[in-house]
Design a protein around this ligand. Structure first.
Ligand code: SF4
Length: 368
């Protein structure tokens, strides 16, 4: 099992980070060393399937080849990760990046399912009013290997009897505002030959509604979720001003209707329920009308409160009534249980933990 907190010396200047190379660049790199093409697959399998960190242990190369490779390259895995454990079994991973920023991933157990929620940006481009990540602003986009490294790091730290069952790109950031890196990361996560071989149907990309980029998601072969949260433009302007200015509800719903859904798949609409803001019977009825005719389901997310937020979580009766209205209108609707609230790992709470000391956190927060 590779080390979780890697204490190897820093790479020398000019050394190539193998993990930062996409498949085509890795091949060019191997060919540049005068190696045959099949060496690329060996290197990639070792990086992703073996989760290798130390080139000395890359035993599918000869000792001389390992030395040649180590002279010019290294494996730039994150070197420091910390886990916050929630009472409900949820684990939030704080992973330190090369430039000192931290990224957060959340591992959520539910029955036999084990879902990993990945981040695609540090902070977020958008400024959804109910979201703690949005309050950070955008620090920067993650690179493809930094997205994949979250999965590798978590896999390194799973218990022996644990297996990831699904991935959701729903953590910090708007995935479609970092599409090139997200596409490259998904290629590495799904590739069955040399990558992690995770089926696309087990991966869900959640967007706040960058409508013009939805066709790009279809090409990735993963599931699509849309964080809707409002049934009128007035509501959405208040809750998600940046994205609704770019793509108002009509345009977003039109893009959803045009989305080339594969057979037996459906769109997911996420709807954060905020007490007294978007949780009225009328809102449920408007939402049902908006979604009429779409092959979809709705996930209702009762707001996870956080200090300083003006929003409140609706009571259970209101949540159930909202769900009942949608079901009555024929829309499959689920209420998402909040997990990891005590470690700020719940939806919309990411980015809320800054200190190095063990955290004592009150339930808080919502996101994509
Ligand atoms: S809800 Fe999603 S898109 Fe909106 S600010 Fe939060 S992370 Fe960004």
């Amino acid at each position: 099992m590779p080390a979780a907190n890697d204490m190897r010396p820093a790479p020398t200047a000019g050394s190539t980070n193998l993990l930062a190379l996409d498949a085509a660049s890795a091949e060019r790199f191997a060919l540049g060393l005068g190696w045959p093409r099949y060496r690329t697959t060996q290197i990639l399998r070792w990086l992703y399937q073996q989760r290798g960190r130390d080139l000395d242990q890359m035993t599918n190369l000869s000792k001389a080849e390992r030395a040649d490779l180590a002279a010019v390259a290294h494996v730039g895995r994150s070197q420091d990760s910390r886990i916050l454990r929630s009472e409900d079994g949820t684990r939030k991973f704080l992973i330190r990046l090369d430039d000192g920023l931290a990224v957060e991933s959340v591992l959520i157990p539910e029955g036999r399912r084990l879902t990993l929620c990945l981040s695609t940006q540090v902070g977020c481009t958008l400024d959804c009013d109910f979201c703690l990540t949005g309050k950070m602003g955008l620090k920067r986009n993650l690179k493809a290997h930094e997205i994949v490294d979250q999965v590798l790091t978590v896999l390194d730290r799973l218990d022996r009897d644990e297996h990831l069952t699904s991935l959701v790109l729903m953590g910090m950031g708007e995935p479609l505002a970092n599409l090139d890196a997200v596409s490259d990361a998904i290629a590495r996560l799904t590739n069955e030959d040399w990558g992690l071989g995770i089926p696309g149907r087990r991966i869900t990309l959640s967007t706040a509604g960058l409508a013009s980029r939805l066709p790009d998601v279809a090409a990735l072969g993963v599931n699509l979720a849309i964080s809707l949260n409002a049934a009128t433009n007035a509501q959405r302007d208040r809750l998600m001003p940046a994205v609704n200015r770019l793509h108002p509800l009509d345009a977003l719903l039109a893009a959803c209707r045009a989305y080339p859904l594969p057979p037996r798949r459906r769109l997911t609409f996420e709807y954060v329920l905020l007490a007294g803001v978007n949780d009225a019977d009328q809102d449920a009825k408007r939402l049902a009308k908006l979604l009429r005719g779409l092959r979809c389901k709705v996930n209702l997310i009762p707001f996870n409160e956080f200090p300083g937020s003006p929003y409140r979580r609706p009571d259970d009766a209101t949540v159930l009534r909202f769900q009942a209205h949608l079901k009555q209108a024929g829309v499959d609707t689920f209420v998402r249980k909040s997990k990891g609230r005590d470690v700020l790992g719940a939806c919309g709470q990411l980015g809320g933990e800054r200190g190095q000391a063990p955290v004592v956190l009150t339930p808080v927060g919502v996101g994509c």
